[in-house]
Design a protein around this ligand. Structure first.
Ligand code: HEC
Length: 90
């Protein structure tokens, strides 16, 4: 699936995400997490359900896990990702 243009722009220039009207957390999720954790955040056979995950779990996962790459996001970006994951319906 081709990502929406705004997501591509957000990737090319992270600060443009807000200007494009795509929340930062959503843009990051769609670009880096969706391929394994699915668009719904509910996961699948490969990756677990991470909807509404506590911040400690997110920070631990960012160091890399079995089957999951390491990520280096700022505190602001992590907060944005957390907010997005909380917003996903269970
Ligand atoms: C290549 C596939 C892949 C990608 C990409 C990926 N993950 Fe994961 N993720 C996994 C797998 C597999 C696990 C389970 C690892 C384990 O339990 O040892 C996991 C576990 C997690 C956990 C821990 C869940 C818990 O119960 O503590 C969190 C949080 C998480 N991922 C968030 C993210 C976020 C946020 C992104 C994007 C920035 C992301 N993941 C990208 C595969 C992926």
């Amino acid at each position: 699936m081709k990502p929406p243009t705004a997501v591509v722009l957000a990737l090319a220039c992270p600060t443009s995400a807000l200007a494009e009207g795509v929340p930062v957390g959503e843009a990051i999720y769609l670009a880096h997490c969706m391929e394994c954790h699915m668009a719904s955040g509910a996961g699948d056979d490969i990756a677990p359900d991470i909807r509404g995950i506590p911040s400690n779990n997110l920070r631990r996962a960012m160091g890399g896990l079995e089957g999951m790459p390491e990520f280096d996001f700022s505190d602001e970006e992590l907060a944005a990702i957390l907010g997005y994951l909380k917003s996903l319906d269970r």
